[in-house]
Design a protein around this ligand. Structure first.
Ligand code: FAD
Length: 640
C-alpha cells in the first residue's frame, strides 16, 4: 500500500450544503470532533443556489397556517408515498429551524409589521416560504458558515487551534465509505488540487452530498451533483428507496442553448407570474387533475383574486405541484403550442410594475438580462422542464437519519429518501436540510458516544479504494483503446434524458438499461492522460461510476412501477394506481461486496425489491377528509 495520510475524527460529514453544515454544527456542539469534506469550495453548494425560500408554517402571512396544514400539503404533494413520520417531524420542526437561523444572524425579508415575510409556492395552502428576495439559499449558507466560524473561534480559545474540533476539507472528494465488519470506519478521499489521497477515520459518517442531476442532459444542477452519496451508500451496503421519482422543475430556461436548464424560480409564479402558450392562453386551467379540482380556481378572475383574498378564493392552477405543471408544459409543447425555442411563456411583465419585479425577483431579472438578453419587466420569459431534484435516496430511520443496514452511516438532505414521497413541494428542501441535518448530527454524535470500541478501516479496503481511484491512468493496459470520460458522460446524459425523462415508456426504459450496461463496461476503461494534479478528466472518470449506479436505480425502479405518480410519469400507465400507494421500491447493490468489483454487466448492478411502507398514524390520517383518502389509500388501508 502506498503511503496514504490518515487522520482520526469522531464524525465525518460528507457535503457542505445546508444539510452537511447543519449536521456538522450539531455534532460539534454535542462535543464530537467533526470533519466536513466537500468537493467544491466551501460555500459553493447547491443550497447556495436556492432562490424561493424555506417552507415553515410560522403563520405570519396567514394565521390559519399550522404544522398540520403543512404536513397535509406535503403528503398531498408526494401523493401519499412520503414516509409519514419524516413529513410529520419536518412540518413540526421547520419553524424552529428558521427561528434558529435568525438567532445565528440570518435576516429574512419582513412584513410591514416586522414579522418574517412568507410567500406563496406551488402546493402550499398558505403563503409559507420564509425568504430573502430570491437569494434565500445564499443567506442560509452564509449564516451556517458564520456559525461554523464562531464555533472554530471558541475552539481556538480553548485549544489554541481553530481546527481542533471542527475542520473543513474543501475541494476534496470522497470515493468510498470504508467499513470494518460491516460498521462504518471512515472515508477514502482525494484532494482535487494535488491529487493526493487521504483517509479520514471515523466511526460515524453523515452523507449530505445532494442530488443526481448531472446524469441528465437538461438540468438545473451544477457539476458536483453526480449522485456520489447515493452511490457511496449503495457500495457500503445501504439501500436506496424511491429512486424512480425524479423531479422535473417546470420552469428552466430554454434559450440560449448554453444555459438550457438553468432554473427560473417558482417564486415567479408564487408572486403572480402566469404561464401562456403560443395562442396567449393561460393553459394551466385545462390541466387540473381530479384529486386537486376542489382546491384550484376555475377561472382566471378567481385565480387572480386569490392573491389579494386567499380565504375566499381558490389558488390559480399555475401553483399546482411541480409534477403537474411540468407535464402540462410538456403537453402544450408537444401539441405545437410552444414558444419559438421549445418552451412556453412565463409572464410577469403584464402582471406587476417593473419596480416590484426588480425588487422581488432581482436574480431572475439579472439572469435573463445577462444570459438571454431578455428584460423580464417588459417581455415574457421562455421556459420548459428541467431535471431539478431527486426524491429518491438513502433509506433512513425517520427520527435518527441512520441509514438502513450499515451502523455508523447517516444521511440527510437531498441524498436521503422518503421525506418527499413521489414529489417534493418547493421550499420543502431547505426546511428538510435544516430539520434532518440537525437530527443526523445529533444522532451521529449519540452513536459515537455509545460505542465501546472504534472500528478501524481494513488496510485491504484502503488498497482497493486506491487502486480503483488510479485505474483511469492505466485504462489502456490489457489492450484496447481508452474511453473518453466526457464522451461517456454525454452519452449517459442523453440516454437518461431521452429514455427515462419526464414522460416514460416501457420499451424506452428497457432500452435505457441496455445502454447503461454497455456504458458501464466502457466506463471501466475510461482513461485520462497527464497527472493527478487538478485533472478534471480524472475526476469525471471517477464520478461516472456513481452516475451509472444511480441511473440504473432510476431506470430499473421506473420500469418496475407500473403507474404514474408524482415525479414518475408513464405514457403507458397514465393513472395513479392505489395499489402502489404503500409500496417502496428498494435498490441494493446486486453484489453486496462492492469492493470485489462490478457484477456481471449484462445482469446489471442493482437488485430491486418491494417493501411495504409503514401504516400512517391514525391521528395524522384524521387530518384529511375521508373523500380525499379514498383517492389515495389502498383498499386494505381504507378497511383498516
Ligand atoms: P447540497 O447543497 O447540494 O450540497 C452537497 C454538498 O456535497 C456540496 O458541498 C458538494 O460539494 C458535496 N459533495 C458531493 N459529492 C461529494 C463527494 N463525493 N465528496 C465530497 N463532497 C461531496 N429548495 C428549496 O427548498 N427552496 C428553494 O428555493 C430552492 N431553490 C433551488 C434553486 C436551484 C437553482 C436549485 C438547483 C435547487 C433549489 N432548491 C430549492 C433545492 C435545494 O437547493 C437542494 O435540494 C438543497 O440545497 C440540497 O442541499 P444538500 O445539503 O442536500 O446538498
Amino acid at each position: 500500500m502506498a503511503h496514504v495520510d490518515r487522520q482520526t475524527w469522531d464524525v465525518v460529514v460528507v457535503g457542505a450544503g445546508g444539510a452537511g453544515l447543519r449536521a456538522a454544527i450539531e455534532a460539534r456542539e454535542a462535543g464530537m470532533r467533526t470533519a466536513v469534506i466537500c468537493k467544491s469550495l466551501f460555500g459553493k453548494a447547491h443550497t447556495v443556489m436556492a432562490e424561493g425560500g424555506i417552507a415553515a408554517s410560522m403563520g405570519n402571512a396567514n394565521e390559519h397556517d399550522t404544522w398540520q396544514v403543512h404536513f397535509r400539503d406535503t403528503m398531498r404533494g408526494g401523493k401519499f408515498l412520503n414516509h409519514w413520520r419524516m413529513a410529520e417531524l419536518h412540518a413540526r420542526e421547520a419553524p424552529d429551524r428558521v427561528w434558529e437561523l435568525e438567532t445565528w444572524g440570518a435576516l429574512f425579508d419582513r412584513t410591514a409589521d416586522g414579522r418574517i415575510s412568507q410567500r406563496n409556492f406551488g402546493g402550499h395552502e398558505y403563503p409559507r416560504l420564509a425568504h430573502v428576495g430570491d437569494r434565500t439559499g445564499l443567506e442560509l449558507i452564509r449564516t451556517l458558515q458564520q456559525k461554523i466560524v464562531s464555533l472554530q473561534q471558541e475552539d481556538e480559545r480553548v485549544s489554541g487551534s481553530y481546527e481542533e474540533g471542527l475542520k473543513v476539507f474543501q475541494e476534496c472528494t470522497v470515493t468510498r465509505v470504508l467499513t470494518a465488519d460491516g460498521q462504518v470506519a471512515g472515508v477514502f478521499c482525494y484532494d482535487r488540487e494535488s491529487g493526493r489521497f487521504f483517509v479520514l477515520e471515523a466511526p460515524a459518517v453523515v452523507l449530505a452530498t445532494g442530488g443526481i442531476g448531472k446524469s441528465f442532459k437538461v438540468t438545473s444542477n451544477s457539476w458536483e451533483y453526480t449522485g456520489d452519496g447515493h452511490a457511496l451508500a449503495l457500495l457500503a451496503g445501504a439501500p436506496l428507496i424511491n429512486m424512480e421519482f425524479v423531479q422535473f422543475h417546470p420552469t428552466g430556461m430554454v434559450w440560449p442553448p448554453s444555459v438550457k436548464g438553468i432554473l427560473v424560480t417558482e417564486s415567479v409564479r408564487g408572486d403572480g407570474g402566469v404561464l401562456r402558450n403560443s395562442d396567449g392562453k393561460r393553459f394551466m386551467f385545462d390541466y387540473v387533475p381530479d384529486v386537486f379540482k376542489e382546491k384550484y380556481a376555475e377561472s382566471e378572475a378567481e385565480g387572480d383574486r386569490w392573491y389579494e383574498d386567499p380565504d375566499r378564493n381558490r389558488r390559480p392552477p399555475e401553483l399546482l405541484p411541480r409534477d403537474e405543471v411540468a407535464r402540462a408544459i410538456n403537453a402544450e409543447v408537444k401539441a405545437g403550442r410552444g414558444s419559438p425555442h421549445g418552451g412556453v411563456f412565463l409572464d410577469v411583465s403584464t402582471r406587476m410594475p417593473a419596480e416590484v419585479i426588480t425588487r422581488r425577483l432581482p436574480s431572475m431579472h439579472h439572469q435573463f438580462k445577462e444570459l438571454a438578453d431578455v428584460d423580464i419587466t417588459a417581455e415574457p420569459m421562455e421556459v420548459g422542464p428541467t431535471c431539478h431534484y431527486v426524491m429518491g435516496g438513502v433509506e433512513v430511520d425517520p427520527d435518527t437519519a441512520a441509514a438502513s443496514g450499515v451502523p455508523g452511516l447517516f444521511a440527510a438532505g437531498e441524498v436521503a429518501g422518503g421525506m418527499h414521497g413521489s414529489n417534493r413541494l418547493g421550499g420543502n428542501s431547505l426546511s428538510d436540510l435544516l430539520v434532518f441535518g440537525r437530527r443526523a448530527g445529533l444522532y451521529a454524535a449519540e452513536y459515537v458516544g455509545g460505542l465501546r470500541a472504534r472500528p478501524i478501516p481494513e488496510p485491504r479496503s484502503i488498497d482497493a479504494a486506491e487502486a480503483e481511484a488510479l485505474r483511469p491512468f492505466s485504462a489502456e493496459e490489457g489492450g484496447g483503446p481508452a474511453e473518453n470520460p466526457y464522451a461517456l458522460h454525454q452519452e449517459l446524459q442523453q440516454s437518461m434524458n431521452d429514455l427515462v425523462g419526464i414522460i416514460r415508456r416501457e420499451g424506452e426504459m428497457a432500452e435505457a438499461l441496455q445502454r447503461l450496461a454497455k456504458l458501464r463496461v466502457r466506463a471501466r476503461r475510461a482513461g485520462v492522460e497527464g497527472h493527478r494534479q487538478y485533472n478534471p478528466g480524472w475526476h469525471l472518470s471517477l464520478d461516472l461510476r456513481n452516475m451509472l449506479l444511480v441511473s440504473e436505480c432510476v431506470a430499473r425502479a421506473a420500469l418496475e412501477r407500473t403507474e404514474s405518480r408524482g415525479g414518475h410519469t408513464r405514457e403507458d400507465r397514465p393513472e395513479m394506481d392505489r395499489r402502489w400507494r404503500n409500496v417502496n421500491l428498494v435498490c441494493q447493490l446486486a453484489d453486496d461486496d462492492g469492493a470485489a468489483g462490478d457484477p456481471d454487466p449484462a445482469l446489471g448492478q442493482i437488485r430491486l425489491s418491494r417493501r411495504e411502507t409503514p401504516p400512517i398514524r391514525r391521528d395524522l390520517l384524521e387530518l384529511f377528509d375521508k373523500d380525499e383518502l379514498v383517492k389515495y389509500l389502498t383498499d386494505e388501508e381504507l378497511s383498516r
